[in-house]
Design a protein around this ligand. Structure first.
Ligand code: ADP
Ligand code: MG
Length: 728
């Protein structure tokens, strides 16, 4: 008997209502478990507090003496909140978060004990983390990596543990995590954008890139999810026939949220409030059992940490509600996948959003400067941007159903397209006063302040301007935002540096006025980056053909896409900005291609196991029933039995044919896996898995799914799509 599936289904019938206490007013609980400014003012001396502020705002170093004071204050605060342990919380290259807990507890010489947490423990730790991927950088024999405090992201209490956000680096200085290059990229863009922003306002002293992510996910009943080995081991269903009802009625999108899911969301949001994650929006998504959660945007480093933390909290809260949350980009074939749109902009120390069109021509020239430079950066590094979101799981989504295609393009809407078309006509060299007045009044002056409605129409563009921010939509739901944010901020930083040099040269050598020079340079950029702008629908052959003509990349698989990570231009980019060295870049590439191969390998094994050990034996049992039936009919009807047994006999044959194809597919796939495993070079191995192993998945699945339709439901062992997707 296929007990597991039916046990699981039965378990879902009487899910108790979990009582979620509605929090007090959100404004009162927000950040209660965060060592934020309020807590710091209460627990730190004035000098220590100032020193943290200085580190956050200006990147200054905190000296060891002060660190001792800070750690004492932090410990007192944490203990007052019931914390017993502390951990350096970091983001290794596995893409998740890591932590190793130590107690505050320390024994004393006289046999007693005290709570201890010194500056040394705050600032630096040496987790024995030699098993995290490091792409060969860190010889595990000679040195271990260490974690170092990142004061720009405040410490917080999670459960009973004080978590201190940290970077993770090798003793030789190479970054071993996602945060270190991100922080360096953020510093680069701050410097570059501040310098350019000063053209328009001398008072700007700092520019903060902002990030607002939108996290999509599926919620599946835990018992049902657990009954599927593929979901457990790979995060997605490797087989399963489509449900008779899917998302075609669009009745889930923005629909009313069921009690059980709403309880989960409320519970989750309460936790988020305590942790200072400013979540704001929740709603149903297009696919059944798919949802989205979005926060108020924040400074990018903090927003990245908050998203990583959120994913962890989501999984834990789901446990309490007997759900499993699926972050995989494509957990179910035939219904929408999940993404994580990254909304990005630049905010100045003077409180201005540099991507917000303004009310005066001068403000709009500032807007156009940052707007066009961003487009130019995306144009020049489209392939690297594509690489930043490449993963085995996101490959399923890019191009499928309603997700953006694997071709990077920029959507800006018709109004701004008109503005750029006009600007392109600016003449070379100095502008006459009439030209300038005309330009300012009729082009720059006419950019409407509120573009939001107009620009939000196109939902398929991978990189869209949405009124006052760019929205990088191709990011996958499992992603650590640090990767795309490192690339985006780095390429725009590089672009702004180049822009400033060009403008300054025109001012100095050609004696141009500042705005003439800016117009001239921008005009050139509009021309140079025209190919990246695309306002149409990003699907189908027509766009693929057109993109090819425009020489835009169309890297459909991860190994192909990742190549851009080690292009000469990429190494130059990162080295010139001091973000990563060649060694670090190559190490990361190796880690990612290795991870890709491993993921496909695991999926191949799981699929082989399920098909051979679940699907085929079950199908044979059903076939035996049919054979028995045919045999019986023969006993009763003798020669004329075929008249009654015809359908059964067709079924028997059909089952045998499917079984044969599945078996052959698995055998061939295993052979290809063996061949791939024999390849030493990590990149070549990834290609072998991609090109030679993965193609068997669809074929094996197809025949398993056909058998699911033929075999008696009573004995089918794998929980079906309709059960996974429509149990609420
Ligand atoms: P949607 O894209 O679903 O229509 P919105 O456009 O209102 O929703 O916002 C989506 C996300 O964009 C939110 O997380 C929001 O915080 C973020 N966002 C809004 N303005 C900015 C900005 N200036 N910088 C970064 N993110 C922003
Ligand atoms: Mg959006």
């Amino acid at each position: 008997m296929s007990t597991l599936r039916f046990h699981a289904i039965k378990e879902t019938f009487n899910r108790p209502v979990i009582d979620v206490k509605e929090a007090e007013r959100r404004s009162e609980v927000f950040g209660k478990n965060v060592f934020n400014n309020g807590a710091m003012r209460q627990y730190l001396t004035k000098d220590s507090y100032k020193s943290v502020q200085d580190a956050v705002e200006n990147g200054s170093k905190i000296n060891r003496n002060v660190a001792d004071h800070i750690s004492t204050g932090m410990k007192e605060w944490a203990i007052s909140k019931g914390a017993t342990h502390y951990t350096h919380w970091f983001q290794p290259l596995t893409g998740t978060t890591a932590e190793k807990h130590d107690a505050f507890f320390e024994t004393t010489d006289d046999g007693g004990a005290i709570e201890k947490f010194g500056g040394g423990q705050l600032v630096q730790q040496e987790p024995d983390a030699s098993s995290f991927p490091n792409g060969g950088i860190r010889n595990t024999f000679e040195a271990r990596g260490y974690t170092a405090w990142d004061p720009t992201s405040p410490a917080f209490i999670y459960g009973t543990t004080l978590c201190i956000p940290t970077v993770f680096v090798a003793y030789t200085g190479e970054a071993l995590d996602n945060k270190t290059p991100l922080l360096r990229a953020l510093q680069s863009i701050d410097q570059a954008a501040t310098a350019v922003a000063k053209y328009f306002d001398k008072n700007v002293t700092k520019v903060n890139p902002t990030l607002g992510w939108e996290q999509e996910y599926f919620l599946i009943d835990r018992a049902l999810a657990k009954s599927r080995p593929d979901i457990n081991l790979t995060g997605r269903t490797l087989l399963g026939h489509a449900s008779a009802k899917g998302q075609q009625l669009d009745d889930h999108y923005f629909g009313s949220i069921t009690r059980r899911v709403l309880d989960y969301m409320r519970d989750l949001e309460n936790e988020c409030m305590l942790l200072g994650i400013p979540v704001k929006t929740r709603h149903n998504e297009v696919a059944p059992n798919q949802f989205e959660l979005a926060p108020i945007f924040e400074e990018t480093n903090l927003a990245v940490d908050h998203n990583s933390l959120l994913m962890d909290v989501m999984a834990k809260v789901a446990d309490r509600h007997e759900f499993k949350v699926l972050f995989h980009e494509k957990p179910f074939a035939g219904v929408n996948g999940s993404g994580k749109h990254n909304n990005w902009s630049l905010a100045t120390s003077t409180g201005i959003n540099l991507l917000q069109p303004g009310s005066t021509p001068m403000k709009n020239l500032q807007f156009l400067t940052f707007f066009i430079n961003t487009i130019k950066a995306v144009n020049d590094y489209e392939e690297l941007l594509r690489a930043s979101i490449a993963s085995a799981s996101n490959d399923h989504r890019l191009g499928a159903n309603e997700a953006p295609p694997a071709i990077i393009s920029v959507f800006i809407g018709s109004q701004l397209t008109n503005v750029l078309d006009e600007l392109e006509k600016v003449k070379n060299g100095k502008l006459s006063p009439e030209d300038k007045t005309d330009l300012k009044l009729n082009v720059v002056g006419k950019i409407p302040e509120i573009l939001l409605d107009n620009t939000d129409r196109n939902r398929t563009s991978p990189f869209a301007f949405t009124g006052n921010k760019f929205e990088f939509r191709a990011v996958g739901s499992t992603a650590n935002c640090a990767k795309p944010m490192t690339v985006l901020n780095a390429i725009v930083a590089k672009q702004l540096i180049d822009f400033k040099v060009e403008v300054d040269t025109l001012i100095k050598d050609k004696k141009m006025k500042k705005d003439d020079a800016i117009f001239n340079v921008l005009k050139g950029y509009i021309k140079d980056s025209k190919r990246i702008r695309f306002e149409g629908d990003g699907y189908g052959d027509a766009w693929e053909k057109e993109a090819k003509k425009r020489k835009l990349s169309n890297n459909k698989t991860t190994p192909e896409a990742l190549k851009a990570q080690i292009f000469k231009s990429t190494i130059e980019l990162y080295e010139s900005l001091g973000i990563m060295s060649k060694v670090e870049i190559e190490a990361r590439h190796e880690i990612e291609v290795e991870e890709y191969a491993m993921r496909i390998q695991i999926e191949g094994r799981v699929l082989g196991d399920i098909a051979r050990n679940h699907v085929i034996p079950t199908s044979i049992r059903y076939q035996n029933l049919l054979i028995e039936n045919v045999q019986g009919l023969k006993d009763i009807y003798g020669k004329s039995f075929k008249k009654y047994a015809k359908e059964q006999m067709n079924l028997i044959e059909a089952i045998s044919n499917h079984i044969e194809t599945i078996n052959k597919g698995i055998t061939d796939m295993i052979n290809e896996r063996k061949k791939a495993n024999g390849i030493d070079n990590a990149e070549k191995k990834a290609f072998a898995y991609c090109d030679n192993v993965k193609p068997y998945f669809d074929e094996i699945r197809y025949h398993c799914d056909k058998l699911e339709l033929l075999v008696d439901d009573e004995i089918w062992p794998l929980t079906k799509y309709r059960e996974l997707l429509f149990t609420r």
